[in-house]
Design a binder for this molecule. Sequence first.
Ligand code: ASP
Length: 351
Amino acid sequence: MIYSQANDKKASILLIYTGGTIGMKVDPVLQALTPFDFSQILDEVPELGKFAYRIDSYTFDPLIDSSDVEPAHWISLVRLIEERYEEYDGFVILHGTDTMAYSASTLSFMIEGLTKPVIFTGSQLPIGTPRTDGKENLISSVEIAAAKDEEGHPLVPEVCICFDNVLIRGNRSRKFNSDNFRAFRSEDYPPLAEAGISIRYNRNLIRRPDSWEARPIFHTELDTRVSILKIHPGITPGVVRNILLGEDTRAVIIETYGAGNAPSKDWFISIVREASERGKILLNITQCVAGCVNMDIYATGKSLKAAGVINGYDSTTESALGKLFYLLGVFETNEEVKSGLEMDLRGEISK
Ligand code: ASP
């Protein structure tokens, strides 16, 4: 059910509330945080009414703590945006912070040729508490979702996260602080916009669609048979085998050291080679929070490359996971998936 708050003129925004801290307030009877009725969002954030936008809201049923997010939720979000695409100028998704970077990353791949803003936001403190960051986050997100350039095109036709006055590309984001208001960071790509007295857009960094007229392609096939292997000193052959050669695994993200390095021991390289020969897609992502994989610098990286491991460049793990879910869902052959991984599809890697 879509609730309409005002009938207007300038821009129309669909607020989609999936759950999470932002939509909570203290129930005076229960003395506990409970979700408030999102159709009454203007009562909670009357500042939104000053925009004179049309703001409609859609609430997930049931609401979820984002730790429970599943691919089925991403598919519902994409279907909802697809159904309502022509009706709105932008979409703001209110989402728990815990998995917001995963959801924003995956949605960026699921919508190909996006021409409108899809802005994720949330908060560290509920909207119903005095020091909440939720109001600022929501207000800035709505303003960004409605912003147009001189030609009337959306300023930010991307899937993004807007949090603590900074707008970052969704597939570059990670949650890095569990209690500071600056909960998200994009280490390898600068912010797309920053909100101060006014919102300053870094327009040269924002992606533009090939065509403003073409309708995006909304992909809803995801294949989640992906594992993550985090390399660490003391890792055993049994653990590496279980993950790399797992029966139900089509691809493994290997979180390596530094510029993409892993143990050079024979047992390790031979399991990697075996996995690759058995048709597992292996992607090298660095454990560092910033910087790029380069498998040509050290012998330990070179042997991974020789064993068939693909370079994940400066991808975050969240983005690599979403990209693999999408590529495995859409393409049949390993060759197609591998060539997709090598490409910068939505601004997720620097090549
Ligand atoms: N556990 C909550 C969630 O991710 C935390 C939050 O909303 O920030 O849904």
